[in-house]
Design a protein around this ligand. Structure first.
Ligand code: ZN
Length: 160
């Protein structure tokens, strides 16, 4: 009998082997690049925004199973949502993967994204799972700065 952990693992394995939306969008009007040098994950995210709605989403890149499965599930989850709804999902996801490892995931609002609850036990993997979401945030903000999970190159402290 498969328990919840096995089911979640199956989702990640499936999305790593057969990533959804793994393509460049030729008609994208937002793109952003994400880089996780700690693991070697790279992602380019393409969005087609129709007003406030994310009409289509795709990604390309290379990286570990967690980062690829996360990008696959993320693009699937935000398609058809408004930018505001997608940002809300980003915050819910971020809260889940950085929460106490013993707390149960909020699968009600996150659905299949709750599969990543297990990364809480592996702090290095949290950046892999979060990379596509941070890249989504940058694309929605139309931020010209590439996303990196390397904290040393970001933050407001420089030059103070
Ligand atoms: Zn990774």
């Amino acid at each position: 009998m498969a328990d919840l952990g096995d089911l979640y693992q199956q989702i990640i394995i499936d999305h790593n082997r057969n990533p959804r939306n793994f393509r460049k969008l030729d008609d994208a009007n937002r793109t952003a690049h994400g880089d996780n040098p700690l693991c070697g994950d790279k992602i380019t995210l393409y969005l087609r925004l129709d007003g406030e709605v994310i009409a289509d989403a795709g990604f390309q890149g290379s990286g570990c199973a967690i980062s690829k499965a996360s990008a696959s599930l993320m693009t699937s989850a935000v398609k058809g949502k408004t930018a505001t709804e997608a940002e809300r999902l980003f915050h819910a996801f971020h809260a889940m993967v950085t929460a106490d490892p013993l707390a149960p995931p909020d699968s009600g609002s996150l659905g299949k994204l709750a599969a990543f609850a297990g990364v809480r036990q592996f702090p290095a993997r949290v950046k892999c799972a979060n990379l596509s979401w941070h890249t989504l945030h940058a694309a929605l903000e139309a931020s010209p700065t590439p996303v990196t999970t390397d904290d040393r190159t970001t933050g407001p402290g420089a030059g103070g």
